[in-house]
Design a protein around this ligand. Sequence first.
Ligand code: ADP
Ligand code: MG
Length: 254
Amino acid sequence: MTQSVPAPQDARTIQLSQVFKSYGDYPVLKDINAHVARGEVVVICGPSGSGKSTLIRTINRLEEISSGSITLDGRNIHAPMRTKELNALRSRIGFVFQNFNLFPHLSVVENVSMSPVRVKGVAPDVAHDKALKLLDRVGLADKAGAYPAQLSGGQQQRVAIARALAMEPPVMLFDEPTSALDPEMVGEVLTVMKSLAAEGMTMLCVTHEMGFAREVADRIWFIDAGQILETATPEAFFKNPQHPRAQRFLADLR
Ligand code: ADP
Ligand code: MG
């Protein structure tokens, strides 16, 4: 069996230790212990309702945890802090949602440049130029003046990625970024994600795109019923899953 070698402590961008979370009496995350190393791409997979979204949302504190700790570069994300501090911390963690969540009343370039201006105090013309470069990078230079409703789902999701990148986060989180897309648009979003990975971005992705996981992930976390049951390289996970529930999950995909 392939056991992933633990990263040295100082390379652990994200560290989750003994994380528990309940919704009321219902435990959703049960003793999560895991880390993401700098430059690592981790794909989280597991059945629907297993806690994948909750887990990833705790990392930028869109969800509170019941106990345990989560650190980003050694800083406790769930420590008591003021809204301003929390916003500053969140701006260091890019988040891409299933449903894009673009601002409908803002143009594409405004969607991308808004947070650097509002949260980081970047000069509007500087943020605008940078937004145009990011739109070029995701293949949407010609859509800068368009509004979200005028774009396809795949284009909107690429804008959402550019918007997250505009804050220059050291870490990007993705929660099923292609699940709401028509099949023909999945590839263009995965291509952008692959290029980010190739550039060394630290990424944590919840996805059902097992081709992407195989090709791009450094490690897979398999989660079921609120527990990480297996972490492995894609080679090991897909060829020789260890946990019976992982075996069943993979068998059901085929
Ligand atoms: P996944 O993303 O793997 O499908 P989720 O993290 O969305 O799973 O959900 C895990 C479990 O927590 C599910 O049983 C879901 O119904 C429950 N859950 C999610 N969000 C809430 C909430 N806000 N309140 C109560 N239960 C929730
Ligand atoms: Mg989910």
